[in-house]
Design a protein around this ligand. Structure first.
Ligand code: C2O
Ligand code: CU
Length: 460
């Protein structure tokens, strides 16, 4: 039950943001509790690892809905810290976006917050803490959110694979120092153990000829996964929850940056006893990120190219000739050559910025600016050039709406909510602004976000 105090707080927030999840008698609320839990990561002799989770597992409880359903979730906070939940990649009213002190008050220890909105799009999404996320996501506060298409595609198995890495010491305990400036000013916090669905050795049984839908979700705080297929052939069907116009055959390796998702359809080609896996490539070789043990049976004949997934009801990419043109220069970090940036309304040199825990800037501003990066009107077409003037890759994420990367021929590429921008690259993205509200734009290397690489748009 909502306490009176909680209710008043919600009501106040609702007044401010114009959007309040109101439980109605007919609505069934699901509880999702943020709480501490021990989870077996390292081999048994090391003992379990103390994590923070949604629902007691790593990844958190899988939330699954049908397209058009209404999500109604009461998030309870049983953690010692305040938290909030961001529904990454979902189109929702701004008040449900889960950004503390911007779209809602933080959910204090012992409190709860009601999230409710309609699920307009089918696809692979995820949810995660958006408060002190460098710490809270690393501790395990994330989970998959899957929205099924009205008509089930022609596949034999639907498999969610949440990829992560985690930094543990010799006693299988999380290494603290989540906000250390070394990680923040370089590639972010990288783990020493690689996980799939919370496990060092995730595997499942399949049969030859099966067609699997693999829903890859990169929940790592900073790691870019370089992936490939072994003993299987496949197609990319959707990126960041949005179906591609046409399935794209997978040749060789592909990248999955933090927060990005990819829906693959893969056919098992390997014979019984032969290796089939999703491969993670590291500088010293390839490792099985997920293993498919091929058993006898099946007798399935290989299918041809899969049918395209039905498109989501999103607006087409905007008319670029009518679009407002913006430019965002990303600066800072080690070896980036940034001399100074403004923080808290004052110009600071690198040393002083670092004393304030900041090391990255967007158009010369480090950290969340008081004023929006741009004020847009709903429906306005926007094009924005992202100039990576740093020595590191960044995974730039826009809340609330998908964008298309403008391809070299000037046509819009696939819809995405997170784009990986390599050093010295300057891709252009295009989107139609909306719905109204305050929408974040930030790097999803979470320690980069915490140390300055974030801003926001106001849409009216
Ligand atoms: Cu998935 Cu602002 O984040
Ligand atoms: Cu970054």
């Amino acid at each position: 039950m909502l306490t009176r105090r909680r209710f008043l707080q919600n009501a106040a927030a609702g007044a401010a943001i114009g959007s309040l999840a109101t439980p109605t008698a007919s609505e069934t609320w699901r509880e999702l509790t943020a709480r501490a839990a021990a989870w077996p990561i390292a081999p048994p002799e090391f003992g379990q690892t103390d994590l923070w989770t949604f629902g007691g597992s790593l990844p958190g409880t899988e939330l699954r809905f049908a397209q058009g359903d209404r999500l109604a979730i009461r998030v309870r906070n049983d953690l010692p810290q305040p938290t909030s939940v961001h529904w990454h990649g979902l189109r929702l009213p701004n008040g449900m976006d889960g950004v503390p002190d911007m779209t809602q008050p933080p959910i204090g220890p012992g409190e709860s917050f009601d999230y409710a909105f309609e699920l307009k799009d089918a696809g692979s999404f995820w949810y995660h803490s958006h408060l002190k996320s460098t710490e809270q996501v690393e501790r395990g506060l994330y989970g998959p959110l899957i929205v099924d298409e009205a008509e089930a595609p022609d596949i034999d198995a639907d498999i969610v694979l949440v990829l992560d890495d985690i930094l543990l010491n010799e006693t299988a305990t999380l290494v603290e120092g989540f906000d250390n400036m070394h990680d923040a000013s370089h590639a972010g916090r990288l783990g020493n153990l690689i996980l799939t669905n919370g496990s060092l050795d995730w595997r499942t049984r399949v049969q030859p000829g099966m067609r699997l839908r693999l829903r890859l979700i990169n929940a790592a705080t900073a790691r870019i996964f370089q992936l490939g297929l072994q003993g299987m052939r496949g197609w990319t069907m959707a990126l960041d929850g949005m179906p591609l116009a046409k399935p794209q055959g997978i040749e060789g390796r592909f990248l999955l940056a933090p927060a990005q998702r990819a829906d693959l359809f893969v056919d098992v080609l390997a014979e019984p006893g032969s290796p089939a896996s999703l491969v993670h490539f590291l500088p010293d070789g390839g490792y099985a990120q997920a293993t498919f043990d091929v058993g006898e049976g099946g007798g399935r004949t290989a299918r041809g190219m899969p049918d395209t997934l039905p498109p989501n009801p999103v607006l087409p990419p905007p008319d670029l000739s009518a679009a407002l043109a913006l430019e965002m220069r990303m600066e800072g970090g080690m070896m980036g050559g940034m001399q100074q940036a403004s923080f808290d309304g004052r110009m600071m040199d690198m040393r002083e910025l670092m004393q304030h825990g900041h090391v990255w800037a967007l158009n010369g501003v480090a950290g969340m600016p008081e004023a929006p990066f741009a004020e847009l009107s709903e429906g306005q077409p926007v094009r924005m050039k992202l100039i990576n003037d740093t020595a590191f890759p960044h995974a730039m994420h826009l809340h609330g709406m998908h964008f298309a990367e403008v391809l070299p021929d000037g046509k819009p590429g696939p819809l995405r909510d997170t784009v990986l921008v390599m050093p010295q690259e300057m891709p252009e993205i295009a989107f139609t602004a909306g719905p109204p509200g305050k929408w974040l734009f930030h790097c999803h290397m979470l320690s980069h976000q915490a140390s300055g690489m974030k801003t926001w748009f106001r849409i009216v």
